[in-house]
Design a protein around this ligand. Structure first.
Ligand code: UD1
Length: 416
């Protein structure tokens, strides 16, 4: 299994371009089976989660091929409506396929999904939403059987603005009779991106980006070509990397507005951040100051997917910081590894109290999940000596060749 060897101490310097958002591409791949015409999604990252989703599409009978960094999906011959256990448990987004398979075939069989081990991650909101659309849902052991012959639009209230449940209900309802309204919908930019592609295919979806999404069912969707939004979590990781290494990094093709919950905390405290329409320039300080509190929340709050990286920054900042994880119950697995490197952190339930230290020290650490793994890489970039990050496959699920991206900015990191 691959490892990263990181020699700490280099200041990151240079330009880097951000590719399309993993979480958008996954939802768009699920949407591609809503039509039997060709769908092309451009500028896709060649990362583990995308490959896993493609495997599911191929299992369903779709022809999927990469053309450069575009994915071309032809689902005209798709004839299966089930997601087998081995694929379903490989990736959590497999559950988004439930809504689109149902929309296409009027029936679906899925399994309870896998993915990062960061909390309980139930799918009750997904299933409740589908049941409210008059889909018959039967849970039998690890399997979920759905029949959508009599599905119809309905007003649905989500108890929590779940990203996945919002996307699944959007996908399930675009081709059914009547109007569906999702109240307390997730507002993430990736939801707006999904709406945009669905509308380009001929759907009638409005309100994405607000707490109320309306979907007027249509009879048929057509093929499309689409460029997804850029990855705000990857851009955020580069911002934090620049701040931690006292670097100067120009981040191109990012969406500064999507990152405001991060940059508003860091600007003037840990680094200078200069934003233009699609770019950010980040200049780190000699010693960043701690951010007093970081509390993860649904968008536009601080993203849980940047909590680990932000926590890594706090370990070397001057002062004390309190990091609160409100979204996932057990998303502090990186803390034990950062402590091995000399960080001073105390965790109590959903709170991590971080007292900044002058130095971290390189040692052997292990990635236990995707973003936690990225936080260890960031820590390695500033640690004294060499850090070895094991289980890099977790990081590869969401970052395309992170070691090459950081090396291009002057970081000393290699994959072994
Ligand atoms: C998506 C993102 C993930 C991000 C997360 C929160 C994708 C592929 N993944 O995950 O990167 O960290 O949003 O921004 O887009 N919940 C329930 N019942 C449900 C569904 C969710 O209780 O049926 C809970 C979860 O356990 C969690 C919270 O709601 O505590 C948020 O989860 P959700 O927004 O659904 O996250 P995902 O869609 O899985």
């Amino acid at each position: 299994m691959d490892k990263f060897y990181i020699k700490g101490g280099a200041k990151l310097d240079g330009e880097i371009e951000v590719y399309s958002a993993k979480n958008s591409v996954l939802a768009l791949l699920a949407a591609s089976i809503l039509t039997d015409e060709k769908v092309v999604i451009h500028s896709c990252p060649k990362i583990g989660d995308v490959y896993s989703m493609i495997k599911i599409l191929q299992y369903l009978g779709c022809k999927v091929e990469w053309q450069g960094d575009s994915i071309v999906i032809d689902s005209s011959q798709a004839d299966k409506h089930d997601i087998p256990l081995q694929y379903g448990q490989e990736i959590r987004s497999s559950i988004f396929m439930l809504g689109s398979i149902l929309a296409r075939f009027k029936k679906a069989k899925a399994v309870f999904p896998g993915g990062c081990d960061i909390g309980l991650r139930p799918i009750d909101l997904h299933l409740k939403g589908l049941r409210e659309l008059n889909v018959v849902v039967q849970e039998q052991g690890a399997n979920i059987f759905c029949n959508g012959e009599n599905a119809r639009g309905k007003k649905i209230h989500l108890d929590f603005p779940s990203v996945g449940a919002t996307e699944n209900i959007m996908l399930a309802s675009v081709l059914i009779k009547g109007k569906t309204t999702i109240c307390n919908a997730a507002k993430e930019p990736e939801i707006v991106c999904l709406q945009d592609m669905l509308n380009k295919m001929g759907a009638k979806v409005s309100g994405a980006g607000t707490g109320m999404i309306e979907i007027e069912g249509v009879k048929k969707l057509s093929g499309t070509e689409f460029v997804p939004i850029s990855d705000r979590i990857v851009a955020g990781t580069y911002i934090i990397a620049a701040a931690m290494t006292k670097g100067k990094v120009h981040i191109k093709n990012c969406r500064p507005n999507d990152l405001y919950s991060l940059t508003s905390k860091l600007n003037g405290v840990a680094c200078d951040v200069l934003a233009s329409d699609n770019d950010l320039l980040v200049k780190g300080y000699d010693r960043p100051q701690s951010v007093l509190t970081v509390e993860t929340l649904p968008y536009p709050g601080f993203p849980t997917d940047l909590q680990a990286q932000m926590l890594a920054l706090q370990t070397i900042s001057q002062g004390t910081s309190v990091v609160v994880e409100n979204i996932f119950e057990t998303r502090f697995k990186h803390v034990g590894e950062l402590i091995k490197m000399g960080a001073q952190i105390v965790v109590k339930d959903r709170y991590a109290i971080v007292r900044g230290v002058q130095k971290l020290y390189g040692c052997q650490v292990s990635a236990y999940d995707l973003r936690g793994g990225a936080s260890l890489v960031l820590a390695g970039l500033v640690a004294d000596g060499t850090t070895v990050v094991n289980n890099v496959r977790h990081i590869d699920r969401g970052y395309f060749q992170l070691e090459e991206a950081l090396s291009s900015l002057g970081g000393c990191i290699k994959r072994v």
